[in-house]
Design a protein around this ligand. Structure first.
Ligand code: UDX
Length: 455
């Protein structure tokens, strides 16, 4: 099948590469000429495991091509997929200008019946807006060409996007016509050979499914973080509680890890957009609004604990704080809405110097913050510790899980760890003379000191 994908961002690129990989003829189009030139030169603009190989092998055999020629892309195939960005505007609502601009382009250049597939995450009702805009453009041309608008949201996790696309839990397809449904069936047929994972529904339900999925997952995280905060104050251990509740299969063990709050390009944006949608239709949705409020508060907890340890924020003035993990989660260099940023910026406000290390997000950190005296980019995780007054862990990268604690102790000025991801066992650290402050668990102190405190 031949198809065009508008937008070579994270979603468009992964989608294009994976659809090409199963044999479709994919033409990816973007208005950013520089990006297209880089893609044509084999340069992948994002860090996503496995993506470079999938792109390279499909470019080589000619199943995947990149262009800036919009009209050419419109004539390339029956399926026109929209994967452009929907950044939040000042009110938190998704900005639809790029999606509607693609609808216009398709309307202007279309020469036969097309299926317009909305892949971008868009508020409920957007596919209807796309339909109206396209119909207007066709009417202005005096054209009576037919078209269908399909909602086909993505469920890709950064860091695992290629695998998520190639082995999906489900494929959501919202259609209004039998014709569109048949075309979508053919498009996704390679992913459904063993068993059909596609769930067909009406367009609005498909649009809402995406928001509901992300809001539900975000709710799990805010819920466990809320309980973690209670556990800290009640003398309970959130890791025990997590195991205890997860044993009930209705709750489950997945995706209820306490931490510094969710970040990334999806959860914060989509939860905000859903809150906005509710406001727009005059419906009070307190649960979803609370999910966001709890998350915003959670992102400040690491700084609050640090400040409290050093006798208040002024106590952090002149301190040198090492940070391990800058990306919003492991296996990505994405720092959008990352909790590390909230901590770093609060430390700067308090007059501390930050020595930062992340296995892949160093360039991104430099890009975001530029050069400044109170930011040092360390060359590896141990170098970040040299002379630091404390270590804060913001992202649970695999390489932080079993470090050489002796080397850490030698390099740090103080054996003090603030762990925002609960990756170490408190008992062990306290036995080895560390002060260890994590999430939803009592802080631990060096064992001798702890004994002294009790006596
Ligand atoms: C998410 C959804 O999982 C995906 O289906 C959707 O299409 C896009 O949004 P992603 O943003 O890549 O994907 O990240 P995800 O792995 O879901 O993690 C989101 C955030 O939640 C991260 O900041 C992570 O650290 C945090 N998180 C996740 C927790 O704090 N605890 C958990 O138990 C799980």
């Amino acid at each position: 099948m031949r198809l065009a994908i508008f937008g070579t961002g994270y979603v468009g690129l992964v989608t294009g590469a994976c659809l090409a990989d199963v044999g479709h003829q994919v033409l990816c189009v973007d208005v950013d000429a520089d990006k297209i030139a880089r893609l044509n030169a084999g340069e992948i603009p994002i860090h996503e495991p496995g993506l470079d190989e999938v792109v390279a092998r499909n470019v080589e055999i000619g199943t995947l091509k990149f262009t800036t020629d919009i009209a050419g892309a419109v004539s390339h195939g029956q399926v026109q997929m929209v994967a452009v960005g929907t950044p939040p505007d000042e009110s938190g609502a998704a900005d639809l200008q790029y999606v509607l601009a693609v609808a216009e382009s398709i309307g202007k250049a279309m020469d036969r019946r097309k299926i317009v597939v909305v892949k971008s995450t868009v508020p409920v009702g957007t596919s209807d807006k796309v339909r109206v805009r396209l119909a207007e453009v066709l009417a202005a041309r005096g054209s009576s060409l037919e078209f269908d608008v399909v909602s086909n949201p993505e469920f890709l996790k950064e860091g695992a996007a290629v695998n998520d696309f190639l082995k999906p839990d489900r494929i959501i397809v919202g259609t209004a016509t039998e014709h569109a449904r048949e075309v979508m069936k053919e498009l996704y047929e390679p992913f459904n050979r063993n068993h059909d994972r596609t769930i067909y529904m009406d367009v609005r339900s498909a649009e809402l499914t995406k928001y509901a999925a992300n809001a539900m997952l975000a709710t799990k995280i805010s819920f466990i973080n809320e309980i973690a905060n209670l556990a800290e104050r009640l003398g309970a251990d959130i890791e025990e509680v997590r195991r205890g509740i997860g044993a009930d299969p209705r709750i489950g063990y997945h995706f209820i890890y306490p931490g510094l709050g969710y970040g990334g390009s999806c959860f914060p944006k989509d939860v905000q957009a859903l809150v906005r949608t509710a406001i727009d239709i005059g419906y009070d949705a307190p649960l979803i609004a609370a999910v966001e409020a709890v998350n915003n508060r959670q992102k400040t907890t690491s700084f609050d604990k640090m400040a409290s340890h050093f006798g208040g924020a002024p106590g952090l003035k002149g301190k040198r704080i090492a940070i391990w993990g800058l990306a919003f989660k492991p296996n990505t260099d994405d720092m959008r809405e990352a909790p590390s940023r909230v901590l770093i910026e609060a430390l700067w406000s308090a007059g501390a110097t930050v020595v930062a290390y992340d296995p892949v997000a160093m360039n991104e950190t430099a890009r975001i913050y530029g050069e400044r005296d109170d930011l040092i980019l360390a060359k590896d995780k141990y170098a970040a510790l040299d002379g630091a007054d404390a270590l804060a862990i913001c992202t649970e990268w695999q390489q932080f899980r079993a470090p050489d604690f002796d080397e850490m102790a030698e390099r740090l000025a103080t054996k003090l760890i603030f762990d925002g991801r609960n990756i170490y066992a408190p008992d062990r650290l306290s036995r080895d003379g560390w002060t260890y402050i994590s999430v939803g668990r009592a802080p631990v102190y060096p064992q001798l000191e702890a004994v002294e405190k009790v006596s």
